[in-house]
Ligand binder design. Structure first.
Ligand code: GLC
Length: 417
């Protein structure tokens, strides 16, 4: 059974390979997405290490001159996706979006390196300066408040999660005009963000486009700016991983260590006393989101977690049957099949488990792995799942779900498949 699923997962990765980059799923997402590619590379590393490095190398070919690595690279224009390059107008070649996505590459590159250190050393050495430039971009353009922020919910990679509700309320989407969404032509509309969300997403893209993606202007006057605990945890961990890579390569990593330390110092700003956890916060108004979701569970990426915080997180998890949900089922906004407002996303669960394992929480990590494996065994490799009954949702044959089956969920506690 596992062998068959392994073969299916590998077939999804190779089937979604468009020559140097992997699409998340055919139809719904026809381009290269930033953090999807990092997970795809991790998946490839279980059976084709060279192809894993190629995935990352292709992504970094789209790096902007200021260091930013875009969230979508439009290698081959596909009218089946909206908003495409004409809407973003990033002004780069290849065309790309004007925002970034969570920088998981350094963390996952270490895993890929471990799969075959001899094959990986020259590849990582070539990527290293590009990674440093991207991490510096995060430090300079997204971390001035002390913690990591996002200028668009899409930048967080957790598009319509309730974490962004306070910031979204203040975005004026009334000027969006008429447009045709393509996502709801591929997937049932009840599983996707709503029209009022899309109007606002497009208003944020228009602001960036109209100022020529001037980062200082976007941070100062853009319609949306929220501090994101998940991005902060991911970035701290990624800085530490990048520093570890740099040390191996004989580089001076003091600057990178300084970026990580500055973020750790900023953490009290996003501590929500009422919730007893780190929480997303609107940097324009100071308002907290007041909801726990999968972003908060990434706290294990930082290191040992306070037992009281762990208990609060596990209480949220205990409310569902399959994996860690994207939002707390006890909240009135919970919607178990609507994208990031409740569903369980295996790739994010894999990242959470990575933090748990590193801090010695092996029983929690094993529970999480088994719950994820159960939905994949029952329903295959979907984009996300209803955490209550395991119903597969979103796009089918999904790259990063197949990838984390190969690297994590489909492996037993001893590490074998
Ligand atoms: C959605 C997800 C985002 C992902 C993209 C492609 O926008 O929210 O995290 O990168 O789809 O899979």
């Amino acid at each position: 059974m596992t062998a068959t699923l392994d073969a299916q997962a590998r077939a999804i990765l190779t089937g979604n390979d468009r020559g140097g980059y992997t699409v998340p799923t055919e139809g719904l997402y026809p381009y290269q997405w930033n953090w999807d590619s990092a997970f795809a590379a991790w998946g490839f590393s279980t059976f084709d290490v060279d192809r894993a490095w190629v995935e990352l190398e292709t992504l970094f070919k789209a790096q902007w001159s200021d260091g930013m690595v875009p969230h979508i690279v439009f290698w081959k224009v596909d009218p089946g996706y909206f908003p495409g390059p004409d809407v973003w107008q990033g002004g780069t070649d290849p065309a790309s979006s004007g925002i970034s996505q969570p920088p998981v590459v350094a963390t996952l590159a270490r895993e890929i390196l471990a799969a075959d250190p001899a094959a990986g050393v020259s590849r990582i050495a070539a990527l290293y300066p590009k990674l440093v430039a991207w991490h510096r971009w995060w430090h300079e353009h997204r971390c001035a408040s002390g913690v990591a922020s996002v200028t668009h919910p899409w930048e967080s990679g957790r598009d319509n999660c309730p974490d962004w509700d306070p910031g979204m309320r203040n975005v004026d989407g009334s000027g969006a005009g008429s447009y045709t969404r393509r996502d709801t032509g591929h997937v049932d509309a009840s599983m996707r963000p709503k029209k009022e969300d899309y109007d606002r997403y497009l208003a944020m893209v228009a602001f960036g486009r109209n100022c020529g993606w001037d980062q200082a202007e976007i941070i100062k006057n853009g319609p949306f700016l929220m501090a994101d605990p998940a991005m902060t945890f991911i970035l701290i961990r990624a800085h530490r991983d990048l520093a570890a890579i740099g040390r191996e390569l004989g580089q001076d990593v003091a600057e990178i260590e300084g970026w990580a330390a500055a973020l750790v110092d900023g953490l009290p700003q996003i501590w929500n006393e009422r919730l007893g956890c780190y929480d997303a916060r609107d940097l324009r108004t100071g308002e907290f989101a007041n909801i726990l979701g999968s972003g908060a569970f990434l706290v294990w990426l930082l290191g040992a977690v306070d037992p009281a915080v762990e208990a609060r997180l596990v209480a949220v998890w205990d409310r569902v049957k399959y994996g860690i949900p994207s939002a707390d089922p006890a909240a009135e906004t919970f919607d178990p099949r609507r994208y990031w407002r409740g569903p369980m996303w295996p790739f994010l669960n894999a990242l959470i488990a990575m933090g748990m394992v590193k801090t010695g929480k092996t029983a929690l990590a094993e529970r999480l792995r088994k719950e994820n494996a159960a939905v994949m065994r029952a329903h295959g490799f979907s984009e996300y799942y209803d955490p209550m009954d395991g119903t597969p949702c979103g796009g089918p044959n999904f790259t990063w779900t197949a990838a984390v089956w190969l690297t994590w969920a489909g492996r037993n506690a001893e590490g074998g498949s």
